[in-house]
Design a protein around this ligand. Structure first.
Ligand code: ASP
Ligand code: MG
Length: 469
């Protein structure tokens, strides 16, 4: 069996949605398939902004709902055969009015929780799933609507929930046991539910994860991630026009790349299939004949010195300095606990007893609330000058070069430093290099484009592909 996952842009227009149906049908002729679908491109963003408007008591949320409605009715009208839309139309209307009802509640009380937000934004996937089931059925293919919240069980960390694999795997096997070769189960990606039964979401772009979770539980033959680029590339194609396709990459390198900024696959997506060695294929809905990237357990025969250049943007560096020695650890503990409370991950941590300083790199999202609370928490220490410096720098980017071999670091590092030195970028600092196979450095966001382009030219200037499988 194959698990096929289609991302938002793959179903972003009526034409591409129809194209997806053709891909499903051709795969289904060869093998049993399960389909996982994202919300129509842009819908999740719209739902999030509607939630934000409503909780700020801004009636603009109604305009956003209106846009979401228009899009779905247009798809319904143009995709589902004339005269057969009645039942589907009812379902779509019911989903749309549940969005409106929930938002109205938020608007009235001027407040929202992550839990309410998850309940609303997950409806984007319900809508696209309903459309796809209807289109497949209208084409005479039996397909069934599978509700992910019934079998993907998570903790209650709303908006970024963690999966409980013991229960989830069992539930998936039970749910899919009765499916036959001639019926296509269609699952809403991105969605789970917690022990109380509340809907959770798995993190932005989490539908990839839904697909690999199902594939892992069912020991599928492969997972196909259908997206809008040719595969995993040697750099972001919006920054480097000549970015090369990586034909084959192993699970760990793919995960590392994704964690460090490559948008093409969800960072945790490799986990559920890794142990069973189920390959993940990254394919382009708009270039179906192209072979894409295969993620598997092999080390890959890279002909290039490095695998890829990637960047994480919108980061902040929080620094505390001149900390009285005796309280150094207690300050560090307070900072870490506060980060945890705000779901802010530590991308890098520098704790130096010698310099009596702590610096932490994390995401800028929600950083101001974090800083405010941390200042409050460290009020006494700051007043008594046990912590003298407290600063924050925003707009930082982390550029990472994912190396290939570990045995020529000094040489690779020299090429990197020569390249960036030529650019004379004042904001640049090395985070690490020469240890392990990756090289990371920090800089102001405005400088990343130049750095990435120059590095790409240094390492891939004249090669045709990043890796020859
Ligand atoms: N629709 C969700 C998002 O936009 C999940 C996904 O596309 O995978 O983040
Ligand atoms: Mg995606």
């Amino acid at each position: 069996m194959k698990v096929l996952k289609f991302g938002g842009t793959s179903v972003g227009t009526v034409e591409s949605f129809s194209n997806v149906v053709e891909i499903i049908l051709s795969k289904f002729k060869e093998d049993q398939v399960c389909v996982v679908i994202s919300a129509i491109g842009g819908i999740t963003d719209k739902l999030i902004s509607a939630v934000e408007f409503a909780s700020a008591k801004n009636p603009k949320y109604l305009e956003v709902i209106n846009e979401i409605e228009q899009i779905h009715y247009k798809f319904l009208k143009e995709l589902v055969l004339n005269g057969k839309t009645n039942h589907t139309e009812e379902q779509i209307t019911a989903l749309l009015s549940s969005i409106e009802d929930k938002l109205k509640g938020i608007y009235l009380i001027e407040e929202t929780t992550h839990r309410q937000s998850d309940a609303i934004i997950s409806i984007g996937e319900q809508l696209s799933k309903t459309l796809l089931v209807a289109v497949l059925n209208a084409r005479g293919i039996k397909s069934t609507n599978f509700e992910a919240a019934e079998f993907i069980k998570t903790n209650s960390h709303y908006s970024n929930a963690e999966v409980n694999f013991d229960i989830t795997n069992k539930l998936i096997r039970e749910k899919f046991r009765k499916t036959d070769r001639y019926t296509i189960p269609v699952v809403n990606g991105f969605t789970g539910s917690d022990t109380y039964g509340y809907v959770t979401t798995l993190g932005r772009s989490g539908s990839d994860y839904t697909a690999t979770i199902i594939a892992g539980a069912l020991s599928a033959d492969s997972v196909e991630i259908w997206t809008d680029v040719d595969g995993i590339l040697s750099a972001d194609p919006r920054i480097v026009g000549e970015a090369k396709i990586i034909k084959e990459i192993n699970y760990n390198d793919a995960a590392e790349l994704a964690f460090l900024g490559a948008k093409v696959i969800f960072p945790k997506a490799m986990e559920p299939v890794k142990a069973k060695r189920i390959p993940i294929l990254v394919l382009n809905t708009f270039n179906t004949n192209f072979e894409g990237t295969v993620i598997n357990e092999k080390l890959g025969k890279f002909t290039s010195e490095i695998i890829s250049i990637t960047s994480l943007n919108n980061l902040s560096m929080v620094s505390l300095g001149d900390i009285t020695e005796e309280i150094n650890y207690s300050v560090l503990t307070k900072v870490i606990n506060k980060l945890n409370k705000h779901y802010l991950p530590i991308i890098s941590l520098n704790h130096s007893l010698a310099n009596r300083a702590i610096s932490i790199l994390t995401y800028s999202k929600r950083i101001s609330e974090f800083i405010e609370e941390l200042r409050e928490e460290l009020k006494l220490e700051l007043e008594h000058h046990d912590v003298k410096k407290f600063s924050i720098v925003n707009n930082i980017s982390l550029v990472t070069i994912i190396g290939n071999k570990t045995d020529n670091q000094p040489e690779t590092f020299k090429k990197i430093s020569d390249t960036v030195e030529r650019l004379e970028i004042s904001s640049l600092t090395y985070l690490n290099g020469t240890e392990g196979k990756n090289y990371s450095f920090l800089m102001d966001k405005t400088d990343t484009k130049d750095v990435i382009q120059a590095l790409h030219e240094t390492f891939f200037g004249d090669s045709l592909t990043a890796n020859v499988a």
